[in-house]
Design a protein around this ligand. Sequence first.
Ligand code: SF4
Length: 1016
Amino acid sequence: MSPAVLYRRLPGEGLPGFIAEFRKAAARDPFGTAFVVPTSHLAREIVRRIGEEGVPLVADAITTLPGLARKVFIEHATAETLIPEAGSRLIIDRLLAAGDYPLIARTGAVDELATLFAVLITRKIDYPAALGDLASAKSAEIGRLFAAYLRFLDEHRLVDESTLLARATRLLAGSDEFRTVYVYGLFEPVPLERDLLLALRESAVEFHYAIPYAANPAAFADEGLWLHPDAVVAGERTSEVAGLFSRRETGRVDLIRLAERRDRLDEVRAIAQEIRDLAAAGVRPGEIAVAFPDLASAVPYVEEVFPDFGVPYAVSAGRPLSASPLVQTLLSVLAVPARGYRREDVIGLLTTPYLPFTRGSGIDILSREARITAGADAWDDRLAALARALEDDLAGPEPAKDRLATKIASIEAAREEVRGLFADLAVLEGKKTVREHIAAYRSLLDRWQAPVMPAEGDTRVLEDEARDLGGFAEALNTLERLARLLPEQKMPLPEFFSLLGILVAGTRAGRRRNANAVQVIGVRETAHLAVPHLFIGDLVEGTMPRLTTRLPFATDLETRRLQTRSKSDILREERYHFIAALLSARTRVYLSYPAADGSAPLVRSGFVDAVREAFSPETWGNGDFPASRLAAARRAGGLLARGEAASPPVLTAAEAVRRLNIENYHRKGGYDSPYDGLIGGDPALAERFGEEAVFSVTALETYADCPFRFYLEQVLGLAPLPPADPDLTGEERGSLVHRIAFRFYSGWRRDGNGAVTEASYPDALRRILATGREEADRFTFESPAWVAGKEHLLGSAAAGPGLLERFLRHEAEVAVSGLLPQAFEVSFGLPVTAGEADAASIPDAVAIPLGEETLHLRGRIDRVDLLPGGRFVVTDYKTGNRRPTLGEVVAGKELQLPLYIRAVETLTGMQGVAGTCYTLRRGEVRNRPIFWNAGLKDCFTCFPGSRQSGVEDVRELVETSLAGVKQYLAGIRGGCFPPRSDAGPCPAYCGFRTVCRFDGLRLLAAGGEVDVDGTD
Ligand code: SF4
C-alpha cells in the first residue's frame, strides 16, 4: 500500500499547487498519473489552464471519479459492455413490461426506479432486508425487480453507471496502472466511491488526497479518516467565509454584495446589466461566472435576457433533447401511427416546417369539418363522406356551385395526400424487433429526406438544431447498440415508440463551449474554481437549500431506516456547496434573490439571512438597464415622441411618433382611432354595404353587440377554425330540432289539423316521433354522447319522455291561447328548396322602409302562428341556453323578433302582435312571449312567465328596433367598427376571443362605457 497523504484544505485552497505537482508527475510518468476532481467542469478548467501553458497531457488524465472508472473499465474489461444511464432505464422498462410488478408499474416509475437503484448500488444497501420490520409487499416487489435488474446485468455482462464503480474497483485490484494519484476536492464520497479511492490508494506508489475541510461542523464533517492516511497536512488559510453558519463571530467581508430583485426576470436583467458594467470597466467575459442552484430552470431566463444585453455566454449543461422542437417532430413521425392516427398528431406532422408537407392547414380545416378524431380508415371515410355531402348540394345556384366544386376538389387532393402519408407510415407499424423498427424508421426519414433543415436563419438556432439532430441520431445509435444486448424480441410500434421516448428524455443535447464567454453554471460546479467575478442568483427557499431527503418509492421512515442521507446531512451538503461557491470568487461575489414569482411571493433563502447576519454585505445593482436593447428602444421611442432626438435614417420622426402613439395613446381611453376599428368611410364599404346590400338579422345583431366582430366576420371575411367536435355540434342540434318541428307541423297542417290539443295529442305524438327517428337516423355518430342525446330527444323507458314528447305536451297546454300554427321555416332573400321551407317563402329579400332609406333583409322565420283578425305571432326556436329579454329588444340589441314581425307585415299586410322564444332543450321546453300586445291578455296569460312582457304597442317596439338598425347601417357604411362597448367579459361564443385585443379594463379606465361611435 502506498503512503497516503491527506491534505485538509479550504475549498479551492492549494489547487494551483496540486496542479503543479500533478504536472511534474505527469511529465515523468504520463500514463501512470491521474488527477481526480469532483466535476467535469473543474476537470475541463484544469485542462484548459495546463493547456494554456503549452504542456501536453494524456487524454482523460484529469477526470472525475466516474470518468476514471470508465477509463479503467474501457482499458481492462474485455467481455463486458458499459451501458449509459438511458440503457438502465430501458432495461427496467423491459423488465416491468415482461414481469409481474403490479404495485410499482405505473407512469413515471422507470425514472424513479432507476434513481432508487443507483442509490442502493452506490451506497451498498442490502434492499429490502435493510428495511427490517418496515418491509412491505411493495418493497418486496421492488426488491424482486432490483434483483432481476442486477441479474440481467450479470447474465448479459453489462455494467451500468453505478455498478461501474464496483467493477473498476475490482479491475484495479493488483494492478499498478496508476502510480501517482492526486485527488482534489471530493465532498463526502459514498461507499462505492470510497472503495474505488481506496483501491487507487492501494495500487498507487504516491497518493495525494485533498479533502475540502474547515473547522466548521455546520458544513464540513468528513475529516478523511476513512482513508487511514499516513500523513495529514493541515490547511494554512483561514477564511471568515468558511465559518459561515457556525455562529462564530465574524466581521465584514468586502467580497460579498447582495441584492433583492422584483422577480426572476428582473434578477437576471440586473445580473446582465452588472456584467455589462464590469465589461465597460475592463473585465473580460471569461472572468465572470453566473451560477444558479437550479440551472435548468434558470436557463430560459438567461436565454431571453443575455442576448438582449449583448452578453456572450456559454451554459455548462446542454438542454434535454426532448425539449427540442426538431426532435419532437422526428418523434411525432412515430407517434402518428403509434397513437392511432389522432387528428391533432397528423395535423402536427403535416404542418411542421421540418417535414416536406405543404397542405397541412387546408387539411386541418377539412378534417375538422369531416369530424375526424382518430383512426387511419376514418380519415378517408369521413373525408369521402364530406365530399359526398357537398356533391348533394351541387344542385344549388351557380356561384355556390363553383365554390362547392372547388371545395370538393380540395377534399379529393387532401384524401390523396393523407392516403400517401398513411401508406408511408404503415411501414412503421406491426411487430418488429427494435432493430427492425429502427431500420424502417430511418428508411422512411431517408425517403422523405427529412428533417428539412433551413438553409439560412438565426445562426444560434441553426447551430442548436444541428446539435439536436446529431444528438437524436446518436440516441438512435445507442438504442440500436442496446438492442443487441437485449433479448431479440418483437414488439408493437407503441412499445418501440415508448422505448425511444425514454431514451430521448434521458439524453441532453451537446453544449456550446466558449471559455471566453460568461460561464453560466450550476452552483455545485463552482466549487474549487477561481472566478474573479461570481454571481449567484435565485437564492430562495426550496431552491437553495433544497432539502429533499425522500427516496423514490420510500416513505420518510423507510428512507431513514435505509440510512441514506438525513435532512441534516443534506443541509450540511447544501451549506458546503454554498460556502465552496463563495470561496471560488476572487474579486467579488454578487448574491441575489427574486422577491416574487408572478404574483406569488417567494421566501428568500435562509443562506441569504446567514450571509447578512455574518458579513453585513452591501447591496449591488439599481433599477436602470442602460445596456438592454429593449430598454434602449423604449427610451429612444420616448425621446422621439418628445422631439428630443433625431429620428433614425430609415424612419422619419413623424412616422416613429405615429407608431408609438398607436400603443401609448390610441390604445387608451375611448375608441377614437383607426386602431380601434374606426376606419372611416370608404367607397368599398359604401358599395358593399350600401342601399342595395342585403343584410341578415344575425349580421345586424353582431354589429349591435360588437361592431369589431362584424368587421372581422363580414368585412374581412374571417372565420374561426371549426371546432374539432366528434359529436353533434350545437348548430347541428339546432338544425335537427328545427327540421323535425318543420316536418311535423307542415305535414300536420297539410292534413287539415289545427293546433295540437289533448284530443289530437296521441296522433301528433306518434307522427312527431316517427319524424324524429327518421331525422336522427341521418346522423352516423356512434359515440355514447350521441346515443344519450338521441334518447333525450326521442325518450325511452330509462330516460323518460323525450324532448319531442315534452314539446307536444307544452303545445297542448297552451292551445287555449287560440294561436293557430300556420307557417314554418318561412324564408326570404334565400334560395328556396322545396320540402325545406314554407310554401310562402320567396327568393327575394324583403324591403323594409327606414324613412328615407330601405333595409333589404333576408332571413328564415321558424314559425308564424295566426290569431283571428289578421293578426300573427312570430316564434323563434332556441336550442341553446340563451334567450332574448324584453330589455335587450328595447335596447336594440335583439333584433330578430321585431325585424321578422316587420318582414311578415311587409309581405302579408297582417299585424304582428307578439314575438315568442321557444326554448327546446333537455332542461327546459317552454314557449315564452318576449313581448306581446298587452291588450291580448286572454290569449297570452296561459304562457308561463308572460306576466312581465306585455307592451302597450308592439308596433312602437318594432319602430324602436328599426331606428337602431338605421344607426347600425350608418355605422357600417361609415366604417365605424370599435370593439364592444360593454366592459363585461366578451361572450363565450365569440370565436375571435383568442386574437382580439379587447380590454374591459380600458373601458373602465376610460370612465365607463363607450358609445358605438367611439365617444365616451
Ligand atoms: S372578443 Fe369581444 S371585442 Fe373582440 S370581437 Fe369578440 S366580442 Fe368583439
